[in-house]
Design a protein around this ligand. Structure first.
Ligand SMILES: Cc1ncc(COP(=O)(O)O)c(C=O)c1O
Length: 375
């Protein structure tokens, strides 16, 4: 597989490319990659397509996909789960919205870290709940949660749920064992349910970091909802398939009851892709990580050479969260677009002077983006 291959997506109505259709702006926003997915996934989808009958498939009975998740988590995250803990969801976004419905009554409060992925910021409001923001602070060149604020806001008896994103989007931090222990203690002390979006957990770029799933935490793990998917890592997000791991039976029942009648089963194509991604693509996964590390090195160096930007290197994800306040412009996003580059606007995540660049693309495309910013 050559990650250098430029693939024209303009004919495919891709969300990322449609925004700048007909404009000379390089799309570097939506968090999918420009890479063709691993050949075993393409072959398996092809074979399944050829079968020609596309009826209903109950995900819980699709044993190879369930076993693939069990294998992947044991192998990559040293987390031994039972297959019955898996709840398939047609996306991580619907899953954290269901977590809101399942664990809160109207008027309750939900903690969300800021900056954060916009649908996560929106989830409490969509469910008639009050969002309480927990800020992110910089310490020793990395981003971390403001634990004092977390503790203070968790102590409010109205606070029922903390939806967290680890590794963090957009800042790219991988929470340390010590940080997770603090989250664990705070949630336990104040009886707050922890729902952890770990969709980026297989994209750890800093080799000195280890991802620890929330469900593995010794004291609260049983009572957590951990959300994961093959979608980001293997570029199969369009197949709408992800899963929640909920070890505790009553929490799991609450979740599935809140989802009943609203959340469809995941597609069998998504199950096929997940099964193959998690059993036959280890080598491709490692190669992609190496390629992304190379892209990150390149981007970091180039952005640091430009005036007006400050770059804190992400530990994970293929997203660079860049401080553009040094530009001194009112509208950072308009500035980026005027240069012919289309990142995600920082304001959508809660911090308007930042910009988020998706660097999961062939090096040539990233070089083009940098050249545009330089001109
Ligand atoms: C943190 C995070 N959660 C969830 C999603 C989307 O998940 P899904 O497509 O499975 O709903 C994204 C996509 O960018 C994301 O970055």
């Amino acid at each position: 597989m050559s990650f250098d291959q430029l693939i024209d997506r303009r004919s495919t109505f891709s969300f990322k490319w449609e925004r700048y259709k007909g404009k000379d702006i390089l799309p570097l926003w939506v968090a999918d990659s420009e890479f063709k997915c691993a050949q075993p996934i393409i072959d398996a989808l092809h074979a399944r397509t050829e079968h020609g009958v596309y009826g209903y498939h109950l995900p819980v009975e699709y044993e190879p996909a369930n076993q693939a998740v069990v294998r992947w988590l044991a192998d990559k995250h040293d987390w031994q789960i039972e297959p019955q803990w898996i709840v398939w969801t047609p996306g991580v976004v619907p899953a954290f919205n269901v977590a809101c419905k399942a664990n809160c009554e109207p008027g309750d409060k939900v903690l969300v870290q800021v900056p954060n992925y916009p649908p996560m910021l929106a989830a409490p409001g969509l469910n008639k709940l009050i969002r309480e923001d927990v800020q992110t602070i910089e310490q020793d060149g990395r981003w971390k949660l403001d634990f004092e604020q977390l503790e203070q806001k968790a102590a409010d008896p109205k606070t029922k749920l903390f939806i967290m994103c680890n590794p963090m989007n957009p800042t790219g931090s991988v929470m340390t064992a010590e940080e997770l222990t603090r989250v664990e203690q705070i949630c336990l002390k104040h009886d707050v349910v922890l729902c952890s979006d770990e969709i980026h957990c297989d994209l750890i770029l800093d080799q000195s970091k280890t991802h620890i799933p929330a469900g593995k935490l010794p004291d609260i793990g049983e009572r957590t909802i951990t959300l994961m998917a093959a979608s980001k890592t293997f570029n199969v997000a369009g197949l709408g398939t992800s899963f929640a791991i909920i070890p505790d039976a009553s929490l799991r029942r609450k979740f599935t009851q809140a989802a009943a009648g609203i959340m469809p089963w995941v597609t069998f194509m998504g199950l096929v892709a997940t099964e193959v991604a998690f059993t036959q693509c280890d080598e491709w996964h490692q190669e992609q990580l190496d390629y992304l590390r190379g892209n990150l090195d390149y981007l970091e160096k180039e952005i640091n050479d430009l005036d007006g930007f400050t770059f804190i290197r992400p530990e994970a994800t293929f997203l660079a969260w860049i401080d553009a306040s040094g530009l001194g412009v009112d509208d950072v996003h308009a500035y980026m677009e005027s240069k012919g580059v289309g990142p995600s606007p920082g304001r959508d995540f809660g911090w308007k002077n930042f910009t988020r660049i998706n660097f999961a693309c062939p090096r040539e495309m990233l070089e083009d983006a940098v050249a545009r910013l330089k001109r």
